[in-house]
Design a binder for this molecule. Sequence first.
Ligand SMILES: [Zn+2]
Length: 133
Amino acid sequence: MEFDPPRAPEFEGFFAGLGRQELCFPRCNGCRRFHWYPMKHCPHCQGSDIGWQTVAGPAHLYSWTVVRYAFDPDFAGQLPYTVALVAFAEAPGVRLVSNLIEIEPQELEIGLALEPQFPGDERVLFRSAPTRA
Ligand SMILES: [Zn+2]
């Protein structure tokens, strides 16, 4: 299945990061806070000096929904699938919408440690991360 969403120019830093197998989010150089989605002005201080910051640290499951009905027939073969809100310890306030893989719905819980997977097609997916002792 081909999924080719239109790409707004303000997302270029995010997709450039994916090309390097990195997650990058906009961070204001004035107040140093992150935001998501990309914006021309910082939603916290209204500054316009915004850069891209690579976020390498741990991710966790903020919330999710399990999709069991294909509103678009193209997705029928993938049911059920999980759409997640993923949060990042290094990027407070960022919650990225993504898909979870290799995790059964009954395993899902808020705060579940996640790690990114970069399939090389300009997506990022997340799977359960090994928990550290
Ligand atoms: Zn700011």
